[in-house]
Design a protein around this ligand. Structure first.
Ligand SMILES: [Zn+2]
Length: 283
């Protein structure tokens, strides 16, 4: 069950992405995609006639595991998603425990964690808002990754500046910007932290065929860093690795012009856009 949910679909650019620049294999320069060569197979349509009371036969599952799988199959049927590559995930999860992450993983549910909560409020969470045995464990990245589920990191842009390298550094060192160590047993290795901000984040969004790595055929969206993250001391990552530039659709983003554009956007327009988005549902 879990592997079915995690298996990526074949490369299949959406119509909206037609014309987006992709990485070219021969020259490693940026070219327009040839969509005629891409497979067009869509996931099989959900079968609404499947009975809710009788889950499809699965490989031998322990009694309690059967119940867990039955729960998610019922949810898939209810939302007409059975037979699709729908990817479930739990988000935020700042206070979740290892056993809760393990349960999510057993159901094929992926995990997205908020390092920013640890970074900005970790010193207060540990010992002030909560007893230290709870607060120091905030954002249990180590426990989440041990489940084997793809784990991503995210920022909530409305309450924290999105600084991926700071997220990475903090989850590896388990130190807040004050320098205080909280729950070192929840530390992760650098490679896994980088995956959480690249490949796994793309996988969660079902964009792993387009994003997440600099790979031939994927979209030409990437950043240029001033140094190799693996070659600097991890506690100096933010100080020694700078983002030299961001490329989108094969073109370097003019950051100053981008920020000007945002500043001119009326806040009332953003509110209306949010209302429209809230009315749209994926299922
Ligand atoms: Zn969040």
């Amino acid at each position: 069950m879990r592997s079915e949910l995690h298996d990526p679909l074949p490369a299949r650019p959406s119509p909206a992405e037609q014309g987006h620049a992709r990485m070219d294999s021969a020259t490693r320069t940026l070219t327009q995609p040839d969509l005629a060569d891409t497979p067009s197979a869509a996931p099989s349509a959900p079968d609404p006639t499947l009975p809710e009371a009788a889950p499809p036969s699965l490989a031998p599952i322990p009694r309690d595991g059967y119940i867990k799988h039955y729960e998610i199959i019922r949810a898939l049927v209810k939302h007409r998603l059975l037979g699709t590559d729908h990817r479930w995930r739990v988000e935020h999860c700042g206070g979740c425990r290892g056993d809760q992450f393990a349960r999510a993983a057993s159901l094929g549910v992926m995990i997205s964690l908020p390092p920013f909560q640890f970074i900005y409020w970790g010193d207060v969470l540990d010992g002030t808002m909560f007893p230290s045995e709870i607060g120091r464990q905030w954002v249990q990245a180590g426990g989440a990754m041990k489940t084997g589920a793809p784990v991503s990191f995210h920022n909530d842009g409305c309450v924290s500046p999105p600084i991926p390298l700071l997220n990475v550094q903090s989850m590896v060192t388990r130190r807040t910007p004050s320098g205080t160590l909280h729950g070192p047993e929840q530390a992760v290795i650098l490679h896994d932290a980088l995956l959480a901000h690249t490949m796994h984040a793309a996988h969660h969004l079902k964009r792993d065929n387009d994003l997440g790595s600099i790979t031939v055929g994927k979209l030409a969206d990437f950043v240029e860093l001033s140094a190799d993250p693996y070659a600097v001391p991890i506690d100096r990552l933010v100080d020694e690795v700078k983002v030299n530039g961001t490329w989108s659709n094969g073109k370097r983003v003019d950051l100053a012009a981008f920020m000007d554009q945002i500043a001119k956007y009326p806040p009332i327009g953003a509110k209306q856009q949010a209302r429209v988005a809230a009315l749209k549902r994926c299922c």
